[in-house]
Design a protein around this ligand. Sequence first.
Ligand SMILES: C[S@@+](CC[C@H](N)C(=O)[O-])C[C@H]1O[C@@H](n2cnc3c(N)ncnc32)[C@H](O)[C@@H]1O
Length: 325
Amino acid sequence: SAYLENHLSWTVQIKRWVSYRMTFAYLNKMKSYRYPVTRLYSTSQTTVDSNEVKTFRTLAHRWWDEQGTYAPLHSMNDLRVPFIRDNLLKTVTDHQPGKPLSGMKILDVGCGGGLLTEPLGRLGASVIGIDPVDENIKTAQHHKSFDPVLAKRIEYRACSLEEIVEETIETFDAIVASEVVEHVLDLETFIQCCCRVLKPGGSLFITTINKTQLSYALGIVFAEQIAGLVPKGTHTWEKFVSPEKLESILESNGLSVLTVAGMLYNPFSGYWHWSENTSLNYAAHAAKSKAEEPPAPTEFFLNRETERLQANDSANPGAHEELKK
Ligand SMILES: C[S@@+](CC[C@H](N)C(=O)[O-])C[C@H]1O[C@@H](n2cnc3c(N)ncnc32)[C@H](O)[C@@H]1O
């Protein structure tokens, strides 16, 4: 009877285990049915560096203090907003006065508190601002609510660029990544993702910091450690990128670099100006190649005829002569 009792208890345990397994399998299946999202593209690489997230989280309430930590980004709008607007206007034949970017879809990657997203929305564009730092997006949402004009033009999302790439393809007329690429983990993946969500012929705008001895001395030693213009640890020199390196990554992803322009910041006046010198900060504009044009009808028929003659070649020796004509 002891044997029987033991045997029965084992059978009950095994049955329980099998039923747990089945329940889990069923729940897992349900979970996959709950989200019928089609993944268009998936990358195992993340571009988000958790240390950067920590740094930006602690500063999330300071975005809109024009005299504070982000003062240089506020005044950078004097250069970058017209740079983006004027280059985008070159791609259209006419535009609405007062709303020149109306009809354009822009993705502002690493939008922070929305310092650049808002002026782009005011120019009439539909802008999606994304940032991996939740607190930044909350600040951006809150600030947007002060201007009713922006309600329908700007959408903010706390997510990474990789997540956008999983949902959509060739959607945006322009992508803006201003002062962001020097914070990402894997620049090549970041650019690849930008390229995927950009429409053929679309524009990518990047502003960033060059990787030079001068950028180490001024951008890190002076700005962070001596003058306290930027909080310590904001930048890592190893992540800075030269215009040449950036250009080679862009070109290898099917983007042509149209402009690279130096930007210099005067810490005494608090203003930026354009410069030929790109050894510190610079802006780049690149365009994704347009979709291949279908061959012209005559060219198409000639190619078809050549293919037909080549196919007949072995069966019909005279085809060689016909091809030569
Ligand atoms: C210096 S701020 C620039 C903010 C904004 N673009 C501007 O110029 O006002 C850098 C921003 O990039 C975001 N960021 C960091 N890593 C990122 C990544 N891998 N992808 C997208 N954004 C990132 C940060 O959270 C931060 O908001």
